[in-house]
Design a protein around this ligand. Structure first.
Ligand SMILES: Cc1ncc(COP(=O)(O)O)c(C=O)c1O
Length: 361
């Protein structure tokens, strides 16, 4: 018996592979595979979340008005140019569905975040990949990959899965050399972690005066609300209005909106989260180097590292070695990085345990 036939281009999409959450023999493995916040969520956000428990029978506010006002105020943005999503993942899909027609394409750096290509392919686009240099997006290669059918250029700054960061002058150069009918989708999921990287700037300021930039942000990383799924984007009014036509009206739940509003004003928790990452990032790099691996300089809350053949390990064997100790990291073979692994900076305790499991031999 045959059922409805899915589109062949949908069947050609490789599904997203989430970071592993289970290790055999460990009820509570050390999960350093999904770039979550090891300090949890802001206490204020948790309290706000709990306070919505008497409102669960009510639909959410379809415009996420409180969150809209809070973000507009914090980042000095026009509230009408904001859109919210079930994570920034949903915003990638909204942008693709809004702009792409079958036969169009998107351009992304070689190691682009996997959700972009899924959203683009689902909308009927092909994906053109631009070689990177030293695991870093190459603006010239991106521009060279753009053709008459390109509708969106995706780039993350800093990037996942590599962790690398571009100076803002490169992002500006990319924007200045793109046709105005091509959207520059600047994914800033990790922007909060950048700290003192020379020349980094958020694209929000540039987007203020641009018709073809969409900057996406998330509450999943620095704000520790990955489980609630709240992302947002800032772009030109016409694009936002078009995307809003197809957005599921209640895509940000009531508890999620309440928690995000509270998280946004809990500066001490954010500062603590960023300081934690800054404190541990160099220690992870040092520890990885000490066992013969090659960490890639990271501006994020994770470190991706190469496993040279001379170390005696492969990515798969080292991932398995860590899993036996209850430590889960991210395998990057689906990103075309079969000799690399990615590790999220864990809590103090998790980091010490992870380092102990690195003691090889
Ligand atoms: C570069 C990048 N963009 C976007 C996301 C998705 O974030 P969200 O949880 O907001 O959907 C991630 C999550 O890992 C990411 O690494």
């Amino acid at each position: 018996m045959s059922g409805p036939k899915p589109r062949s281009d949908i069947l050609a999409i490789t599904p997203y592979v989430p970071g592993k959450a289970r290790a055999k023999g460990f009820a509570h493995p050390i999960k350093l595979s999904a770039n979550e916040n090891p300090l949890g969520a802001s206490p204020a956000a948790k309290a706000a979340y709990r306070a919505t428990s008497d409102e669960l029978h009510l639909y959410p506010d379809a415009r996420a008005s409180r969150l809209r006002e809070a973000i507009a105020a914090k980042f000095t943005l026009s509230p009408d140019r904001l859109i919210f999503g079930c994570g920034s993942d949903e915003i990638f899909s909204l942008a693709c569905t809004t702009l792409i027609e079958p036969g169009d394409n998107i351009v992304q750096p070689e190691y682009g975040f996997a959700a972009w290509a899924i959203a683009a392919r689902a909308a009927g686009a092909s994906v053109r990949s631009a070689s990177e240099r030293g695991y870093t997006a190459d603006v010239d290669a991106i521009l060279a990959a753009v053709d008459a059918y390109t509708r969106i250029v995706f780039i993350a700054n800093p990037a996942n899965p590599t962790g690398t960061c571009l100076r803002f002058e490169e992002i500006r150069r990319l924007y200045q050399n793109l046709r105005s009918d091509v959207l520059l989708l600047l994914d800033e999921a990790y922007a909060e972690f950048v700290g003192g990287f020379p020349g980094f700037e958020s694209g929000l300021s540039l987007a203020r005066g641009a018709a073809n930039i969409l900057v996406t942000r998330t509450f999943s990383k620095a704000y520790g609300l990955a489980g609630l799924r709240v992302g947002w984007a800032y772009g030109a009014q016409d694009l936002i209005l078009a995307m809003d036509r197809i957005r599921q009206p209640f895509n940000v739940s009531r508890p999620a909106e309440a928690a995000a509003v509270a998280a946004l004003s809990d500066d001490p928790f954010l500062v603590q989260s960023l300081a934690h990452v800054e404190r541990w990032r160099p220690r992870y790099a040092k520890c990885l180097r000490s066992v013969g691996f090659k960490p890639i300089a990271s501006a994020t809350n994770f470190i991706t590292f190469e496993i040279p053949a001379a170390s005696g390990w492969t990515a798969a064997s080292f991932e398995a070695h860590l899993a036996e100790k209850g430590v889960l990291v991210r395998n990057l073979s689906n990103y075309g990085l079969p000799n690399c692994l990615r590790i999220t900076i864990g809590s103090d305790e998790e980091s010490r345990a992870a380092f102990a499991s690195f003691a090889i031999g």
